[in-house]
Design a protein around this ligand. Structure first.
Ligand code: PGA
Length: 257
């Protein structure tokens, strides 16, 4: 039997989360024209803040880099503050000093979202792929907007959001009914083509999903479990999110890095 290499799991205190993740991202990011895959949501914010702090301090320079988003809501354009294009601009591109022309996000207002999804897959390939993908995990185990049931070999496409995800994300909207029903998302195969992946998880509401993704069977029911097949995954988890991981996985404390 061929065993896939276990992900490296780094368990950190909350106040070290951003710095620990930034260290791992930079460990894998090439100096020249780095291509960084950007996740949206609340979890990565301290990571972008820490990377921005290092840019401002002159420790790193990402100005030749590219930012590549995982997904976008269908129906929201870049001018809409709730869109992921707006999130990437505000929380990553501006603070990291990346020019707007070097930022890729699927166009949520495309007249033909299916064609836009296909074109996005090609744009990533044309750029040479993603060097380091920052990713979060949904409380239902989703990876980007690949909801439970997504094929492990899926590519960028239009998907319907699950009820759970629409409820989880309602906090970014005035009301739950405002949360779009569909999104364009990189597929699980697309994400797995990134050379390395940094998976972030914070809070008890992620504990069961993280344990299922890393220690359960690889299954379409837990889309993030596909990362067990990826050879270069580092997980940064706070203690609450790591609480249900088996000891054999959660053995690396921050001071062992
Ligand atoms: P969150 O989202 O960081 O806002 O919890 C993560 C995800 O749903 O992938």
């Amino acid at each position: 039997m061929i065993m896939s290499p276990a992900a490296r799991v780094v368990v950190v205190d909350d106040d070290e989360f951003g710095a620990a993740a930034a260290d791992v991202v930079l460990e894998h990011l090439p100096y020249h024209e780095p291509r960084l895959g950007i996740a949206t949501g609340g979890t990565p914010m301290p990571v972008y803040a820490e990377l921005a702090r290092r840019v401002r301090g002159g420790q790193i320079d990402l100005s030749t880099g590219f930012l590549i988003a995982l997904d976008e809501y269908v129906g929201l354009g870049a001018q809409d503050r709730r869109s992921y294009a707006s999130y990437v601009h505000t929380h990553a591109a501006v603070p990291l000093g990346v020019a707007p022309g070097n930022v890729l996000v699927p166009d949520g207002l495309a007249l033909d979202p299916d064609a836009e999804a296909e074109a996005y897959e090609q744009r990533i390939a044309d750029l040479g792929g993603v060097d380091v993908q920052i990713a979060g995990i949904g409380s239902n185990g989703h990876l980007a907007f690949n909801e439970p049931g997504s094929a492990l070999d899926s590519t960028t496409r239009v998907v319907a959001l699950s009820d759970q995800t629409r409820s989880d994300n309602a906090r970014f909207f005035d009301s739950r009914s405002d949360v779009p029903h569909d999104a364009i998302t990189q597929g699980l195969a697309t994400i797995c083509r990134a050379r390395s992946v940094v998976l972030l998880a914070r809070g008890t509401e992620k504990a069961a999903a993280l344990a299922a993704a890393l220690a359960g069977p690889v299954s379409t029911e837990v889309p993030a479990s596909v990362l067990q097949r990826h050879p270069a995954v580092t997980v940064i988890a706070d203690r609450a999110a790591a609480a249900e991981l088996p000891d054999r996985l959660a053995q690396h404390a921050r001071n062992s890095l």
